[in-house]
Design a protein around this ligand. Structure first.
Ligand SMILES: Nc1nc2c(ncn2[C@@H]2O[C@H](COP(=O)(O)OP(=O)(O)OP(=O)(O)O)[C@@H](O)[C@H]2O)c(=O)[nH]1
Ligand SMILES: [Mg+2]
Length: 362
């Protein structure tokens, strides 16, 4: 594969270039070149795959969570416990060879959980059907990395694999903007203390085909983040590490691991231990809220909440209702945490909170 060769060669060159002030520009150029080659390679692969078979997993529900992890850690067992799915469970590796979806209902939300086949090292390079696995992960709203006590050291590898596929777990896009234009070269404005040299930034921009543009950088980003900011194929989603099979380990060992990894969640899928906590963490990390709609002079519909992203406004609620409204909203009445008092009148830019009741008045 020509791209692969080029990428490897450029990586070698980068390795052989010492890290210091005088080589910063050269290193930036090389990193950008690697990123560009990878992007072009992906594009080529996408084109050639478009006609072939990939995983066709229909995204359903209000949000999607991918279960990723090495073989036999208990992903299928967990899926079966959390959802209505019946994914095959077995004591040998690679039982699950295709993506198995299941639906979990939690707090009125339908959260689709996808059991994806064992993610192996080298997946980003296409090993073990890894490309397709990664494309499923990329389009989900959250990643649950599942491991067990024998695979503690695989967390980093999995995260790296996802990173290589453009998935930035628990990250956010760099605070920068690019406006492309027809001519005028690169105009760079830096609104922060930036450790990267301006010439390096420009070099990286040029390497990525941004020859004429206005760029504003508002935070001290490093080279990788700069490249991220130039790519439109990065995804920023929450990630949570879940250690399964706690029933197999001594309590003292579990306590020690909890201390070492305060952000991980510890469960036993088979015994059903701590699954409520897991459901709650998924809900929290997905950043969803429930909003209940109410008609004038009627009780609100408390059975079927509208599930929307935290931070949604009245206007966004109206959009997600997917209805044609006759006339303009004159105001909305709100009950719940976002209201200063029950029944407060607000406009369409009002930001809602979990559990709010909303009545629209036209
Ligand atoms: N002791 C214990 N065993 C578990 C637990 N969860 C799963 N297992 C066992 O681990 C083995 C593998 O479980 P699976 O659910 O098939 O694992 P998987 O991650 O889906 O594996 P692949 O599909 O091969 O990637 C089975 O023998 C399960 O019974 C658990 O919480 N505790
Ligand atoms: Mg499985």
């Amino acid at each position: 594969m020509p791209f692969e060769d080029d990428i490897e060669k450029t990586k070698e060159k980068l390795k052989g270039t010492p890290v210091n002030k005088s080589t910063e520009t050269e290193r930036g150029r090389l990193k950008a070149k690697i990123a560009r080659l990878k992007r072009e390679k992906e594009q080529k692969q996408k084109e050639s795959q478009a006609s072939g078979q990939g995983y066709a997993v229909k995204q359903r529900g209000d949000a999607t969570v991918s279960l990723v992890g090495p073989p036999s850690v208990g992903k299928s067992t967990l899926l079966n416990k959390l959802t209505n799915a019946e994914s095959e469970v077995a004591g040998y590796e690679f039982t699950t060879l295709e993506v198995v979806p299941g639906m979990m209902n939690y707090r009125g939300a339908n959260i689709q959980i996808l059991d994806v086949p064992g993610l192996v090292e080298g997946a980003a390079k296409g090993k073990g059907g890894g490309k397709q696995v990664l494309s499923v992960v990329r389009s989900s709203d959250m990643v649950l990395v599942v491991i067990d006590e024998n695979r503690l050291d695989m967390v980093e590898g999995i995260k790296n694999e996802l990173y290589g596929a453009g998935v930035r777990l628990n990250g956010r896009p760099p605070n920068m903007d690019i406006m492309e234009r027809g001519e005028g070269g690169i105009e760079l404005s830096v609104a922060c203390d930036l450790k990267l040299g301006e010439e390096t930034v420009k070099q990286v921009l040029r390497e990525n085909g941004f020859l004429n543009c206005k760029v504003i950088i508002r935070e001290d980003i490093d080279l990788e983040e700069l490249v991220d900011g130039l790519m439109d194929n990065r995804v920023y989603i929450p990630g949570l590490v879940c250690l399964n099979k706690t029933d197999k380990i001594e309590d003292t060992a579990v306590s020690r691991l909890r201390k070492e990894h305060p952000n991980w969640i510890f469960i036993s899928a088979e015994k059903g231990h701590n699954l409520d906590d897991l459901r709650e963490r998924l809900w929290e990390d997905l950043g969803l809220i429930r909003v209940y709609m109410k008609k004038r002079n009627k009780e609100p519909d408390m059975k079927e909440p509208l599930i929307v992203e935290a931070g949604s406004t009245v206007q966004e609620i109206m959009k997600s209702l997917d209805k044609k409204f006759t006339g303009e909203l004159s105001y909305a009445k709100i009950w719940g945490d976002s209201a200063k008092f029950p029944g407060q009148r607000v406009g369409e830019t009002h930001v809602l909170k979990d559990g709010d009741v909303v009545e629209l008045r036209f």
